[in-house]
Ligand binder design. Sequence first.
Ligand code: SAH
Ligand code: SF4
Length: 399
Amino acid sequence: MTDNIQSSMSADSSAGTPAVAAAEVAKVNLLGMPEAKLVAFFETLGEKRFRAVQVMKWIHQLGADSFDQMTNVSKDLRAKLEKIAEIRPPEVVKQLDSTDGTRKFLIRVSGGNVVETVYIPDGDRGTLCVSSQVGCSLDCSFCATGKQGFNRDLTAAEIIGQVWIAAKSFGQLQHGAERSVTNVVMMGMGEPLLNFDNVVDSMNLMMHDNCYGISKRRVTLSTSGVVPALDRLSQYTDACLAISLHAPNDALRNELVPINRKYPIAMLLDSAKRYIEALPDTHRKITIEYTLIDQVNDRPHHAHELAELLKDVPVKINLIPFNPFNLSNYKRVSNNALRRFQDILMQAGYITTVRTTRGDDIDAACGQLAGSVNDITRRSERHRARFDESQPVKILAQS
Ligand code: SAH
Ligand code: SF4
């Protein structure tokens, strides 16, 4: 993004023939630009700060995708902007609507890859599950995205573009319309903390009063535990935090979430605690996500161990029944085991919710977000080869 601005600006000033030079360089996409950069951009055009605010509101509150629509911006400035800038959301390839109201968008990003964004309505709340990367490099053993390997980070325009697309599809981006996207969770494809700058810029646009104005208590970043990035997070945002834990001890977590071998549980929980403590408001809790897999991490002793592990951490726990997918031999937790697990945690005093499966008819549930990824790590091929050879798939022994 910064590079784009610089290239078009330097082309303008050094070439001497701004119009020609501007036509030759890529236009700057204003969609994902954070406020400070947008202000700087308008200042280089000799425009005041309030122009940046006007344009921000046009894009994110009124869904404008051309400068023509910006009727309170002078014609001259609009013409100037037209030459050097654009508002370019990623392309929606398909929109799928579930019978339960869940809506899934297949979104094509440059390079031909497709990522997924899911909208889940629930009473007066509408939660958007947003992707941060094309694929994921972390290869958690129960995750469809991880099995696809990694292609690239999404740009800030591609991340905030998912909110823009969803809000617009529900008619939110027009004068006086009701808000449909009330919550955002960074729980789609990818590991948000491995795309730090673009994710932080996008989350800050989601929460910005001149954009979507979503409360910081309703925007959640979910991470599998990239500790050095988590250590920096509170300097840049005050959104909610969810930790994908999935196991109560390092031996099991090393198998399910391989990044644990680098940043083990104690280190991760310490870092998460520091994040929460750095926030100005008190009483915030970390959400612990725990995907329950039949016979793997769903036994009563796992629940007891988890209760003990978390006793000094301010948390609420969200249990997620594993969603089966091709290439995985894991099974969904049984209803009995799920109930028992929840009971043990609740008796230990934890707020413990269960994520209900939504949008099953359109494959929109967690862990089914697979899009179509040109895997530059070739992980999916290697994985398929393993299956073709019919090698036994490792199912973790119960301890
Ligand atoms: N990379 C981030 C965010 C995306 S994954 C993270 O790992 O937190 C979002 C959530 O979906 C995580 O908690 C993840 O563990 C869960 N998930 C992934 N695959 C799943 C599956 N097959 N069934 C149920 N939950 C799954
Ligand atoms: Fe990546 Fe999250 Fe899936 Fe793990 S669970 S592979 S970190 S997207």
